[in-house]
Write a protein that binds this ligand. Structure first.
Ligand code: AMP
Length: 419
């Protein structure tokens, strides 16, 4: 049996980088006042169709959707924002606190073509802020991401930013864009001609070269912003500049989802040579209301956890396994019984203790202690049991002391905690 295409196991040998990233992210989230939220992996399909947008790639062709036994249409979550909005509305989280900041980590599911760095089950670290429309929140999120990546050792970090406007200025922009596209329709790919009628902003995002060439000189959202959106975007730019975040305004950055308004961004790194996006985010001031909640400004980002770890695998060595504090070498059945109880007691006391019940020789067990990188070895052979005292050996200094069986746990605790 094998994993299905685009799905994979993350093995203990690989996990320490994942933990390093997650620990640092959580540390930063806590410092910034974000609270963890956990949301279901499965939701009603309508939630994603209504929020992400019926004409987006995700909803049109990438969702894992199936009929439940009672006929409900369900979907494995392709992203977190829609579910967090649903939770925010369902539990009236706005009623207790006007401003809420959440983070979550977990798997997302999209039926994309699998390739290096792209999976059908992939992981995201996600943050969302509800209740503030100030541009400083946009900056806080971009700055937080920048700091996280910097601390993880990524280099060549830039934020590509854009403003997508709001319901007031967007229609005017869309009209200007459509006029432009209409004249170049024959040069656009088939998907883009379809997008023109259904979701014209997404044409700007097309990666096909002929479309890119046809789009040279296309109107930019930033030139069509209403005064409020313009002020908002100016604050984002001046603040990021003051904070030393390297950014550039990218007129074709529209992000693939329908719900974005105003600031949208991607964080790129050149750590591995070519530019690659490790996180993306944006404001979605209309989404909570659209999903049936109160009119609430909101904004969030998602970090591509898989890609981030793949970059870090190239940049930094895997953090070392901290190893065991103590390995008990138990020779013979009576010693094994003693070793079993002792290791349980020491584990309870918070001392990382390991032993081996396979009845191996002294030589084999010492080898195993080395492999486990144990700091100390406790030797329990027949002679030691007869003497009612076991030998504790410091694996680095090779010093040995004899410890009475009656005082094993406190004495070992004292030695190990002292060092
Ligand atoms: P998005 O939710 O599409 O804005 O994506 C946010 C981040 O998730 C991106 O920067 C990617 O690094 C990552 N991501 C999106 N789709 C996949 C995928 N299929 N496999 C791995 N990472 C992904």
């Amino acid at each position: 049996m094998q994993t299905i295409r685009g799905f994979r196991d993350i093995l203990p040998e690989q996990i320490r980088l994942w933990q390093k990233v997650e620990n640092l992210a959580v540390e930063l989230f806590n410092a910034y006042g974000y609270q963890e939220i956990r949301i279901p992996i499965l939701e009603k399909t309508g939630l994603f169709a209504r929020s992400i947008g019926e004409t987006t790639d995700i909803v049109e062709k990438e969702m894992y959707t199936f009929d439940d036994r009672n006929g409900d249409k369900l979907t494995l979550r392709p992203e977190a924002t829609a579910s967090i909005c649903r939770a925010y509305i369902q539990h009236k989280l706005y009623a207790t606190e006007p401003v809420r900041k959440f983070y979550m980590t977990g798997p997302m599911f999209r039926r994309e073509r699998p390739q290096k760095g792209r999976y059908r089950q992939f992981y995201q670290i996600d943050a969302e802020v509800f209740g503030v429309d100030s541009a400083y929140v946009d900056c806080e999120l971009i700055f937080l991401l920048h700091q996280l990546f910097k601390r993880l050792g990524l280099t060549g970090l830039t934020a590509q930013i854009n403003s997508l406007g709001c319901p007031e200025c967007r229609p005017k922009f869309t009209r200007a864009l459509l006029d432009f596209l209409e004249e170049r329709k024959q040069d656009l790919c088939e998907i883009c001609t379809r997008r023109m009628t259904r979701n014209p902003l997404r044409v700007l995002d097309c990666k096909i070269q002929t479309c890119q060439a046809a789009l040279i000189g296309a109107p930019a959202t930033v030139d069509h912003l209403c005064p409020a959106c313009e002020d908002h975007f100016n604050i984002v730019k001046t603040t990021l500049e003051k904070q030393g975040v390297d950014f550039s305004v990218n007129n074709s950055l529209v992000r693939g989802l329908d719900y974005y308004t105003r600031t949208a961004w991607e964080i790129q790194t050149t750590s591995l040579g070519a530019q690659s996006a490790v996180a993306g985010g944006g404001r979605y001031d209309g989404l909570v209301k659209q999903l049936g909640g109160p009119d609430t400004p909101a904004i969030g980002f998602a970090i591509g956890f898989d890609r981030l770890v793949e970059i870090m695998e190239q940049l930094t060595p895997m953090p070392a396994d901290p190893g065991a504090d103590l390995f008990i070498v138990a020779l013979g059945d009576a010693a094994m019984e003693t070793a079993y109880h002792l290791s349980c007691d020491l584990n309870q006391a918070g001392i990382k203790t390991d032993t081996d019940f396979r009845g191996k020789s002294l030589k084999a067990l010492m080898k195993r202690a080395d492999k486990l990188n144990a700091r100390y070895v406790l030797i329990a052979g027949q002679t030691e049991l007869n003497d009612n005292a076991l030998i504790l050996r410091n694996m680095k200094t090779k010093e040995q002391v004899s410890i009475s069986m009656d005082r094993l746990v406190p004495e070992i605790e004292a030695v190990l905690k002292h060092k």
